[in-house]
Write a protein that binds this ligand. Structure first.
Ligand SMILES: Cc1cc2nc3c(=O)[nH]c(=O)nc-3n(C[C@H](O)[C@H](O)[C@H](O)COP(=O)(O)OP(=O)(O)OC[C@H]3O[C@@H](n4cnc5c(N)ncnc54)[C@H](O)[C@@H]3O)c2cc1C
Length: 440
């Protein structure tokens, strides 16, 4: 029996979770269960995989287990950007190989469309899904250079882009902090916790969702035995959709980097404060520099700030770290909105990403009767939705060109051993954040 060496443990202050609908979680599993299909992880990837398996095999039970509550983990902690366009930071024009970029675009759009259709079909109105596009914005010269290069790459890909500058930009996003932004219309914005709560509550009837049910040990064989605090689950086929925690099930060890990033939400702005900043009433900005700040004005007139990273090798939150991060969020917020110094943050939280050194995730078979879609690389809302769905289709014998693309993609690279790994990752995060300058 293999014990799971680390279990999810997120901080208690995820703003999107607390400001969305209070939901009655499904009770934990008590005792034993068995099913032809078991999915671990109730985030975007696991919810998509479980739903699609249930649709593909309507006579089978699909068990979905989540260690915490749905909407409380990383899938409910992100900035809520459902981004269509690829952004390869390793390529000079941020697009790189056209054929690869087209597949990434198609994958992201697939995830977007699945989520959009489910929101409509199940009337998940509190997900606040809006087709608002995104502004990729810059203040420093190197950020402006990124936007110019990226514009060229996107145009080669045939994507619509618009450069917006100076005073005109303030009319969009209510701050004159940025010099330039590249607007791409295809991004959708959501309240991520409300969305995943809604997805969980609209699963097909043959999905049995157990929340607050951590898998604590596993035995592999013809069937897989999963141990949880009060019993066992026997799975004919197991799907791992638990991102960086997939490592503790014996796969991709030494190939994923559990890195946390952090968000804060202000209280809702008053009508006078909204009028003082102007701009549209709903927008999202992502930084030209990957170490810069993400910014949003939400449906309920709050401002979201996301920046800062930490390397948390066990995938769990670091107690007290959010207090430090809140100061950095405050500085970023006041630089952008100097007239809103009285607007306090109500929530500051962190969430775990599964990064890999070559930016590749894993998709496919991990061993006999065990499959996975792991390694979100920071943008897993749409990617996870698409890969979870495609994996479930592959298991039903329905292969598509995107499945072939994912199966043929390079696997995540190996990490160097410790202590070189921690020294290297911490150095990269520290210097990246310092070099981001005003973009942070
Ligand atoms: C602050 C922040 C901002 C972000 N912004 C964006 C954004 O704007 N757009 C975007 O696309 N992405 C964004 N991301 C990344 C995005 O949230 C992730 O890529 C996405 O959540 C990955 O989804 P997933 O379902 O693969 O994994 P997760 O959301 O991590 O879900 C995996 C689940 O598995 C569960 N689990 C793990 N181990 C076990 C176990 N042993 N037993 C049972 N359950 C287990 C966990 O509790 C977890 O809920 C952001 C992330 C953060 C933290």
């Amino acid at each position: 029996m293999q014990r799971i060496g680390s279990l999810p443990s997120d901080d208690s202050s995820p703003g999107w979770f607390h400001t969305s609908r209070l939901r009655q979680p499904r009770p934990p599993l008590i005792g034993d269960a068995q099913a032809p299909w078991v999915v671990i992880g109730g985030g975007f990837t696991g919810l998509a995989a479980a739903r699609q398996l249930a649709l593909n095999f309507p006579n089978d039970t699909v068990i979905l287990v989540e260690a915490q509550q749905v909407g409380f983990g990383t899938s409910g902690r992100n900035a809520g950007f459902l981004i269509d366009v690829p952004h390869d930071i390793g390529a000079p024009d941020y697009i790189g190989d056209q054929a690869n970029a087209k597949n990434i675009l198609a994958l992201n759009q697939r995830g977007q469309h699945i989520l959009r259709d489910l929101v409509e079909q199940h009337n998940i109105v509190d997900a606040q899904l809006r087709h608002s596009g995104k502004y990729q914005a810059a203040i420093e010269d190197k950020g402006i250079a990124v936007l110019n290069a990226y514009r060229g790459g996107l145009e080669k890909l045939g994507e619509k882009v618009q450069l917006i500058e100076g005073d005109e930009l303030k009319e969009h996003i209510g701050t004159s902090f940025y010099r330039k932004a590249l607007f791409t219309p295809g991004t959708m914005l959501v309240q991520p916790s409300a969305l995943v709560k809604g997805l969980a509550d609209s699963l097909p009837e043959n999905v049995k969702l157990y929340e607050d049910t951590p898998i604590t040990a596993v035995d592999y064989g013809q069937k897989t035995t999963l141990h949880h605090p009060t019993g066992r689950i026997i799975a004919d086929k197991l799907i791992l959709a638990n991102n960086a925690f997939g490592q503790y099930f014996g796969f991709l060890q030494g190939r994923m980097l559990p890195i946390f990033t952090y968000g804060s939400l202000t209280r809702p702005l008053t009508a006078a404060e909204q009028a003082s900043i102007g701009g549209k009433d709903f927008w999202g900005v992502i930084p030209a520099d990957p170490f810069g700040s993400t910014l949003r004005r939400t449906h309920d007139n709050r401002i979201l700030v996301r920046n800062s990273f930490s390397f948390n090798p066990d995938g769990r939150h670091k107690p007290g770290y959010t207090d430090k991060v809140r100061q950095s969020h405050r500085l970023s917020f006041e630089r952008r909105f100097p007239t809103l110094t009285n607007v306090e943050f109500e929530h500051t939280w962190g969430g775990g990403l599964a990064m890999t050194r070559n930016g590749q995730g894993f998709f496919g078979q991990l061993r006999e009767n065990v499959y996975g879609a792991l390694g979100c690389n920071g943008l897993g809302t749409v990617r996870g939705t698409a890969t979870g769905t495609l994996l479930a289709n592959m298991l039903a014998g329905k292969n598509e060109s995107l499945t072939e693309f994912l199966l043929a993609a390079p696997k995540p690279n190996w990490n160097p051993p410790e202590p070189a790994l921690s020294i290297g990752v911490n150095f990269t995060l520290r210097t990246g954040q310092a070099r981001a300058g005003l973009e942070a």
